[in-house]
Design a protein around this ligand. Structure first.
Ligand SMILES: C[S@@+](CC[C@H](N)C(=O)[O-])C[C@H]1O[C@@H](n2cnc3c(N)ncnc32)[C@H](O)[C@@H]1O
Length: 201
């Protein structure tokens, strides 16, 4: 699938995600990872702004996504939650921030999307301040062998339907990047990966 097709696929999901934002407003895993957000913050592939119920009101916040429809609903969400936000319409891979720019970079449910997720994590490594943090809440391969087999089996169909991979080993991907893992937790039979990381020294 080329990028234009992917953008169209996510554009079509924007209003469904917007409705979902209300259901996610008490998601304890989002609350947990977003509880660490502080300072100048970049959220990559922000989607419909599903984390806005949990962000600190005083954050200096920028959200990026390549889907204009997702960004439109994210901007409305930011208003609703009184978050003073800037938005950038771009592919993450085409962005260039100066080194050492952000205190926090937040990614939730995005590693499933990129063609080369290690490359994206290494970009975050350079954009994050030395003493900053990169926070990840991702879905990926589960613990149970049978369920992993099912995830591999269903992946081609789910990728076609939603534009995201459902069988990535998130821990392996983060370990292959330059990020340093500070803390890591799993939930929901291992499907959810919560990672507190920092840039390489
Ligand atoms: C599964 S949604 C997750 C959205 C949000 N982060 C959340 O937690 O609900 C994936 C989002 O990534 C965006 N996306 C995927 N690949 C991207 C890329 N290469 N550059 C920028 N945005 C991308 C899509 O448009 C979509 O909004």
């Amino acid at each position: 699938m080329n990028n234009e097709e992917l953008v169209q696929k996510f554009n079509k999901q924007a209003h469904k995600h917007e409705k979902h934002r209300r259901d996610e407003a008490d998601n304890k895993w989002r609350r947990k990872i977003c509880g660490s957000v502080k300072g100048k913050t970049l959220e990559i592939a922000v989607g419909a702004g599903m984390n806005y119920a949990f962000l600190p009101y005083d954050s200096d916040y920028t959200g990026v996504d390549f889907s204009p429809d997702m960004l439109e609903v994210a901007a409305a969400g930011a208003k609703e939650y009184k978050i003073d936000a800037d938005f950038i319409l771009s592919e993450i891979e085409h962005l260039s921030f100066p080194e050492n720019t952000f205190d926090t970079i937040l990614s939730t449910g995005t590693i499933c999307c990129y063609k080369d997720p290690v490359r994206v994590l290494n970009l975050l490594n350079t954009w994050c301040r030395h003493e900053g943090q990169i926070l990840l809440l991702e879905h990926g391969l589960m613990d149970n062998k049978g369920l992993r087999w099912l995830q591999h089996y269903l992946n081609p169909l789910l990728l076609k339907l939603y534009g995201c991979h459902h069988d990535r080993d998130i821990l392996e991907i983060v370990e292959a990047s330059e990020l340093q893992i500070v803390k890591h937790e799993r939930a929901q039979l291992g499907n959810l990966y919560l990672l507190w990381t920092r840039p390489a020294g």
